[in-house]
Write a protein that binds this ligand. Structure first.
Ligand code: PGA
Length: 250
């Protein structure tokens, strides 16, 4: 199975012209990395045009957020049907920055289920805000997982991708250690199996939070993950190329 690398551009860049330039560079990187599935998550406003102009098969697209409602009076919202109509396959659910802006565990559960029902692959983000020696972070992540998978039919559990992103690592200088990720990956799988049954063993897990060219290969080799959710290092073509090259050696 291919390694998955998600390029989360967040609310960048400021102009469509720059977005097109970054996408062109990402396209070249993807063309040279046959064993890696690259998924670009641009701002919603750029999505349709970038997607529409892309004729290749190497890159897939993800929306950064979506509403779970089918349509109607939700000013500023983007629906799953609209995302699907733009030929986008993936949608991020519960990113830490959405949770910080008020998204609840209950919301994420509705979004994960609605995304599956719409035929999209949810990339369901979980992760604790802080860690202490007492292991409370496991309970925190467990609650997030339980809520997110609450309405997922057992047969569809393995379609959900779980992106574990400790909030304290997002935007910071240092990623979590692969050893700690490995421990968390085992815990995530165990919890998904508790909620969804045996198919939970097959859930795919990504790591995110300061993932870059210096730590990507080690994380893939020792972290028990299928891939990475990359913020800053995906928004700079040079760094993203270096990251993808580093994975070639993993
Ligand atoms: P970062 O962001 O790679 O810039 O830490 C990761 C994320 O928020 O998805």
């Amino acid at each position: 199975m291919k390694t998955i690398v998600i390029a989360n551009w967040k609310m960048n860049p400021a102009t469509f012209r720059e977005a097109r330039k970054l996408f062109e560079a990402t396209k070249k990187i993807a063309d040279s990395a046959k064993s890696i599935a690259i998924v670009v998550a641009p701002p919603a406003l750029y999505m349709r045009e970038l997607r529409g102009a892309y004729m290749g098969a190497r890159i897939s697209f993800a929306a950064q957020n979506a509403c779970f409602e089918l349509g109607g009076a939700h000013t500023g919202g983007v629906s799953l049907a609209q995302i699907k109509d733009a030929r986008v396959q993936y949608v991020l659910v519960g990113h830490a920055e959405r949770r910080a802006a008020g998204e609840t565990n209950e919301d994420t559960g509705k979004k994960v289920a609605a995304a599956l029902a719409a035929g999209l692959v949810p990339i369901f983000c979980v992760g604790e805000t802080k860690r202490s020696g007492s292991g409370e972070h496991f309970l925190f992540v467990k609650d997030q997982l339980r809520a997110g998978f609450a309405s997922v039919p057992p047969a569809k559990a393995s379609r959900v991708i779980v992106a574990y992103e400790p909030v304290w690592a997002i935007g910071s200088d240092a990623a979590m250690s692969p050893r700690d990720m490995h421990e968390m990956a085992i815990f995530i799988r165990k919890t998904v199996v508790e909620v969804c049954g045996e198919s939970g063993h097959k859930v795919q897990i990504l790591y995110g939070g300061a993932a870059d060219e210096t730590n990507a290969a080690d994380m893939l080799r020792d972290g028990d993950v299928r891939g990475l959710l990359v913020g800053r290092a995906s928004q700079d073509a040079g760094r993203f190329a270096a990251l993808i090259r580093a994975l070639g050696d993993a």
